[in-house]
Design a protein around this ligand. Sequence first.
Ligand code: CP
Ligand code: NVA
Length: 319
Amino acid sequence: MIDRNKHFLRLMDWSEEKVLETIEIASRLKAEVHAGKVSDRLHGQNIAMFFEKPSLRTITTFQVGMNQLGGHAVLLSPDSIGLGKRESVKDVARCLSRWVNAIVVRCFKQQLVEELAEYGSIPVVNALTDDYHPCQAIAFAQMINESLGGFKNADGKPKTVAFIGDGNNVANSFLALAAKVGMNFTLACPKGFEQPAKVVEEAEAGLKKHGCQYRVFHDPKEAVKDADILYSDVWVSMGQEGEKATKQSHFLPFQINDELLKLAPSHCKVSHCLPAHRGEEITDSVMDNLDVNMSFEEAENRLHAHKAVLWQVMTPFNK
Ligand code: CP
Ligand code: NVA
């Protein structure tokens, strides 16, 4: 049985308090770096990382983050490990557990991170699977807290996030985030591209507790009307390249552009997990409007969010 609190496999696995604490730690660590301070909280600690899918932000920020905390990250090549081919997942998990203090993995199947957690004795961090991207959700939450004044508006009502696009891994972790911190979550997607029912069901209790709503629209114009932040992600996620033509035809109306933004409240901001496919899910004009586009604040936060996640999972291990 996996101790889901020990790992960071899905955002939904952590308590509301732990999610909020992680966001706070991330902000603190960011402030330290901005003040020119060096921290060595993970001095002498090591992580192993392997990525079955491409990455700019996640690889860089986990490596730099470990460095900033006084530790070290080893980046393994998935081809060289041959997980499940050259060697079983169980055996890789058991070996890594004897050398390093945590494993950070980006892979296709959620099942793989779960298996590593089951058979290893060290914490496993999900750096994106087909189903979830919990690290992105922490950086997004940190951006809302720091740059948009918190999860509630000045009138005390919860903020509304309108995710324009696929009901994908990022959307799943953001819905879980909304349930933890108390925000309304709206998905605007073509019919047939909604989030899995299980993900929605798991978020229901948290949303209800905070008096928040989950809504799905098939017309993006309806979805943006009361949004405080519009969110965008690629229409075709890594690993779905074979579905590109079909997906693109369905998603054409689900683009964040100046016309759509005009239909949102005037204070509404935009963010994107990046990489952005400019001209598809978001236009150049919105991407380059840095008064509105918060994507680079969020990208900066990835560094500190990852340090906070590592701090949370590796500190108990050190005790
Ligand atoms: N958003 C994100 O995870 O970026 P990378 O794929 O570049 O790591
Ligand atoms: N949904 C995207 C997120 C990229 C960070 C993907 O999985 O490719």
